[in-house]
Design a protein around this ligand. Sequence first.
Ligand code: NAD
Ligand code: WQD
Length: 338
Amino acid sequence: MAVLVTGGLGYIGSHTCVELMNTGTEIVVVDNLYNCKKSSYDRIKALTGKDFKFYECDIRDAEGLSKIFENENIGSVIHFAGLKAVGESVQKPLEYFDNNVNGTLVLLDVMRKHGCKKIVFSSSATVYGMNNVSPLTENMEVGGVTNPYGRTKYMIECILKDLYVSDNEWSICLLRYFNPIGAHKSGTMGEDPNGIPNNLMPYITQVAIGKRECLTVHGNDYDTPDGTGVRDYIHVVDLALGHLKAVGKVEGENGLFIYNLGTGIGYSVLDVVKAFEKASGKEIPYVIGPRRSGDLATCYSNAEKALNELGWKAERGIDEMCEDSWRWQSQNPDGYPD
Ligand code: NAD
Ligand code: WQD
């Protein structure tokens, strides 16, 4: 039986495909190439030395998805496909709800029709909203989200919980990612954002490579040790390995499972800048700007549940995250080739 990976050519999906294939798992990938390049497919094959089926298909295309389920022997799904830019979601809420929420509904309906009831879903720490205090634990009340992107994740979590209540033959794992950074050790796969990066690490790496002049630190008057925002950065390969455990979980038993995937450690913006400078030998000029609307002072996980129940724990520290992000950026100044 194969694992269907939606959004499998994207940043987290591609790293997860490599780890799945490295353990001999058969995969089938669906991606509409909206936010990735086809060359990501070639890089995954080159790294693993193995081929796999790729379908260029939108998850909202029920007919297209059905054909994949008819052609392939799909046992479970890892569902990464989605739009993820917080700022853009404020400008384009309908597109975000359609792509993320409607796309998931279509996928779930097709899965049900084909008797496939095992899914691992890419949720986000954003579902904890503004009102919970870190370290965040899975039993905290979710909601209170401040932007359409976050609401799509919250709504999909609600849909999946309701689905399990309606039919407990489903096995559903909600993975709440914290802040994924880093890249594959080889330097051949990494994060390749379009346009001006919104997230901290790709912005820093583009400053280091000379594409941007200087980093703007969004506020230094938070109630944190150095005044800048604190986050739980996690190496994308650790995150990918968490998915292997989650697939094992949904394949092993029915249920609705929720896990944080984070390190449990918070680093400030300036901590990350310093770690990156050490890893790359490049100076990162920065200026202090105003706070970014919607940002929290502090957000980090309690990562114990995933350790206790999945036997998973993030192994790679901030220095390695920075080294690997830099290797990817310096070897691929323009990201993936067209
Ligand atoms: P990404 O944009 O690199 O990957 C998503 C992939 O999904 C892309 O390759 C894109 O082309 C594809 N896709 C989007 N809509 C599609 C559709 N309708 N049909 C088929 N394919 C579609 O993003 P990522 O960083 O790899 O994130 C993967 C998932 O994890 C997303 O759901 C994202 O919301 C979630 N997530 C990401 C982060 C993060 O910081 N990167 C944090 C928490 C959660
Ligand atoms: C990290 C820190 C910024 C850029 C976002 C989404 C979240 C999740 C992960 C998907 C903050 C600061 C950033 C810059 C800066 N994605 N910063 N200058 O906001 O924690 O989370 O990505 O689910 O939903 O909201 O990540 O990397 O944007 O910011 O000072 O140019 O870096 O203010 O403190 P964030 P980020």
